[in-house]
Write a protein that binds this ligand. Structure first.
Ligand SMILES: C[S@@+](CC[C@H](N)C(=O)[O-])C[C@H]1O[C@@H](n2cnc3c(N)ncnc32)[C@H](O)[C@@H]1O
Length: 284
């Protein structure tokens, strides 16, 4: 069992719990709103009344999507007027708490469709490590605090449950998985974006010293898990099988796919070079 790997990881705690406890990602996402506005200003929009498509990759239960979607819609309306339809599509894993998402979209006082009858929301329960849309379908993509989650957990982490505490071949296995996943995520989005479309990605990462700031918290949590084993609340096997399937990347890991000539799968990195926010567009 010790090195058995899992194919997937879980989703955020349901029953609306994520929405109640996600202020850190909300704050991180807000840092990227100027990038999102700039992206909207620069998307090529064909004439006519065809819907404009916004994709929200890794929406969870929706509360933290309201502000970015409102920002994008407001900027779009300045360009296309009030009548042209806008599709907003929220994507998350099939086991996500979509009931809460739809409740938020219908009744949250800050919902982005308030006073705008030409917004049409929907959701897709599918991994963003698969194709989610047909080719060249999406005008604007947004993904916040989601692509930090790996498509699979490559191995267990002896003595801990977060990759930050690992070294040697364990750390390398996660780094390889993260590099593959990042390239795959970008290549899928590149195919789904329309020509000149833009993708804004927000990720929690490591600073240039390799620190996230969460290390003391994870250390405390790890000690608490060890105590739970001692008290018999969980078994040693259960503890050994616990792994957080997230890999916070360094700036150079995020930019690696673009290192040769600044492009990757027809995406150009338009990065604000800050650690947390990157914007990409397809070659127009
Ligand atoms: C920390 S939440 C972020 C939610 C929201 N975007 C925010 O900024 O607060 C990460 C979300 O990404 C989703 N996620 C993780 N891996 C995914 C995958 N492979 N495909 C789709 N969604 C995924 C999780 O299910 C979760 O809902």
């Amino acid at each position: 069992m010790a090195n058995q790997t899992t194919a997937t990881h879980g989703v955020m705690e349901g029953g609306g719990s994520y929405n109640l406890h996600a202020r850190i990602p909300a704050g991180g996402g807000n840092l990227a709103l100027p990038l999102l506005e700039e992206a909207v200003r620069n998307i090529p929009l064909e004439r006519g009344d065809q819907p404009v498509v916004i994709a929200d990759y890794g929406s969870s239960q929706g509360k933290n999507s309201l502000s970015p979607m409102r920002t994008a819609i407001k900027a779009l309306r300045l360009r296309i007027g009030p009548d042209r339809p806008i599709f907003v599509v929220h994507i998350d894993q099939a086991a996500n708490d979509f009931n809460t998402l739809f409740d938020v979209l219908r009744s949250d006082p800050e919902r982005y469709s308030v006073d705008d009858p030409n917004i049409f929301s929907s959701a897709i329960g599918r991994s963003f490590y698969e194709g989610v849309f047909p080719r060249e379908h999406v005008h604007l993509g947004w993904s916040s605090y989601a692509a930090v989650w790996l498509s699979r957990i490559p191995m267990l982490i002896p003595g801990h449950f977060v990759v930050l505490a690992s070294t040697g071949h364990v750390r390398e296995a996660f780094a390889r998985q993260a590099a593959d996943d990042w390239r795959f995520f970008l290549s899928l989005r590149a195919s789904e974006l329309r020509l000149g479309g833009r993708l804004v990605v927000v990720l929690p990462g490591l600073n240039d010293e390799g620190v996230t700031g969460f290390e003391p918290l994870f250390s405390e949590a790890n000690e608490a898990l060890a105590e739970m084993v001692t008290e018999g609340a969980i078994s040693a096997e259960e503890r050994a099988g616990m792994v957080l399937g997230a890999y916070p990347r360094r700036r150079n890991e995020l930019l690696a796919p673009f290192s040769t000539d600044g492009q990757f799968c027809s995406l150009i990195c338009r990065g604000d070079t800050s650690l947390f926010c990157q914007a990409f567009s397809t070659v127009a």
